[in-house]
Design a protein around this ligand. Structure first.
Ligand SMILES: [Zn+2]
Length: 229
């Protein structure tokens, strides 16, 4: 996670913030299995195979913490909490590999970032597809065809999104000691068939998104008792 800086970034933050306010006005729980809605602000940046792999991988990664993810299309009600994710660059393996010096990074944390304002974690994440493609270029080059390469890239992108969702759901800038919430991953870990949050982090994520129905019912009962007096 990096702190946002610069006028351009501030302007973008305002735009996303107004979108969030508009969507939040419609928020209410519809499906009891869904407690996190993810809005992709530019889904066309990803190829169809990358996009479907992201959805499947995130369903598994977040589902292990009891978090049901719905993909919001920008209209209608929001189910549960909302996170806004924006792709930077191109999320498809057949795009030209970005070799320009400004893309060169050895810092895996720079593969994604979550916005922070006055020390508070905001529900907006940027996923840097060009940097991810460069970071996993070697393991992906060993895959047999474009579809297999897109599946590996999709797994890597999904894990970067899940890492940022960890910051957003727990509203924390801190990192876990093990698994996907760690501050760094290697390229081979990022595309490996299995990478998950630690059980400890899964418990924390689960507790943070647990339904509050019991509290609602308690309030409802208290009000009924008061009305009957
Ligand atoms: Zn992080």
């Amino acid at each position: 996670m990096w702190e946002p800086r610069g006028l351009l970034f501030a302007a973008m933050l305002r735009d996303v913030a107004s979108l969030l306010i508009a969507l939040s006005a419609l928020a209410h729980a519809q499906n009891p299995g869904v407690n996190l809605s993810v809005y992709l602000s530019n889904p066309d940046a990803a190829s169809p195979v990358v996009a479907s792999t992201i959805r499947a991988e995130l369903r598994e990664l977040m589902g292990a913490s009891g978090i049901g993810v719905a993909w919001h299309d920008g209209s209608g009600s929001v189910e549960g909490r909302l996170a806004v994710v924006r792709f930077e660059g191109i999320c498809r393996s057949d795009a030209p590999n970005p070799l320009l010096p400004q893309y060169v990074t050895r810092d895996p944390e720079a593969l994604g970032s979550t916005h922070v304002s006055n020390g508070d974690v905001l529900p907006f994440a940027d996923v840097k597809c060009d940097q991810i493609r460069r970071f996993v270029a070697i393991p992906i080059s060993k895959a047999g065809n474009v579809e297999a390469r897109d599946e590996m890239l999709g797994r890597a992108v999904a894990r970067v999104i899940a890492h940022e969702l960890y910051h957003i759901v727990l509203r924390t800038k801190d990192h876990g000691k093990k698994g996907l919430a760690r501050a760094t991953q290697t390229a081979s870990q990022l595309v490996s068939p299995r990478l998950a949050f630690s059980h400890e982090d899964e418990r924390r994520l689960s507790a943070e998104t647990a339904p509050v129905t019991a509290v609602d019912e308690e309030v409802a009962v208290t009000e009924r008792v008061r009305n009957e007096r």
